[in-house]
Write a protein that binds this ligand. Structure first.
Ligand SMILES: C[S@@+](CC[C@H](N)C(=O)[O-])C[C@H]1O[C@@H](n2cnc3c(N)ncnc32)[C@H](O)[C@@H]1O
Length: 214
């Protein structure tokens, strides 16, 4: 299902009821989630539009057949993807938190939003008939994940990437984790994004390599 077709859930629940904790503007919802969940949310504010543009910058939307977003939050990156998406491109959005999923579904009823764990994204894609992904856009707080989980997500992303595909990871700690991503990918470029709260950036990674054995 692409971003221009109705999501399966939206057929049965076009406007699913929101829990009281899912009300209010995006920044308020993110702040409440950060306060209650801390490390698994990792950011107290949604990404800025400058960050969103930087995450998707350079994607060839004419040739992309499948794009996955991991850890979408309230959807600032989703909005930029939806704005540029072509009708033939599948967009799958995965978010763990149920209230944030409710927000995403209300905001993007045409998008396939799945409440689930990002490390399952290969199975979710296979269920939808996709064996490869052109671009993975991740807002996940990967550095705070346990190493085996981080390995699984990066290895799955790399294994599923089509030739020329990219893994894009946003961060609010500019360059600190450059070496970590370099240990997984042959080519890692960092784009600094000062106009974000807090200032951050994007790692654009290509060419997976197995992490060296310790
Ligand atoms: C830093 S926020 C990024 C939100 C959004 N992409 C943005 O730019 O504002 C990280 C998001 O990852 C989600 N998340 C954390 N662990 C996850 C997992 N294992 N699977 C899917 N989403 C996860 C959190 O619920 C949170 O919404």
């Amino acid at each position: 299902m692409n971003a221009h077709a109705p999501a399966a859930d939206s057929k049965t629940h076009p406007h699913p009821p929101q829990s009281s904790s899912a009300r209010g503007p995006d920044w308020w919802l993110m702040m409440k989630k950060f306060w209650s969940k801390g490390r698994s949310i990792a950011s107290f504010a949604p990404s800025s539009r400058f960050m969103a543009r930087s995450v998707v910058g350079g994607i060839d939307f004419d040739s992309a057949r499948c794009i996955v977003e991991l850890g979408a939050g309230t959807g600032p990156i989703t909005a930029e993807l939806v704005r540029r998406l072509r009708p033939q491109t599948k967009l799958l959005v995965i978010e763990l938190d149920p209230d944030l999923c409710a927000r995403l579904r209300a905001r993007f009823p045409q998008v396939d939003v799945v409440q689930g764990d990002a490390c399952q994204f290969d199975k979710l894609l296979a269920d939808r008939g996709h064996a490869q992904v052109d671009h993975v856009c991740s807002g996940l707080p990967l550095p705070s994940f346990p190493a085996p989980l981080r390995d699984a997500i990066l290895a799955t992303s790399a294994r599923m990437l089509a030739p020329g595909g990219t893994f894009r990871q946003l961060t609010v700690m500019p360059l600190i984790y450059y070496r970590m991503y370099r240990s997984y990918f042959e080519d890692v470029r960092f784009r600094f994004v000062p106009l974000n709260m807090p200032p951050g950036g994007v790692y654009v990674c290509r060419g997976y390599r197995e992490p060296a054995a310790v």
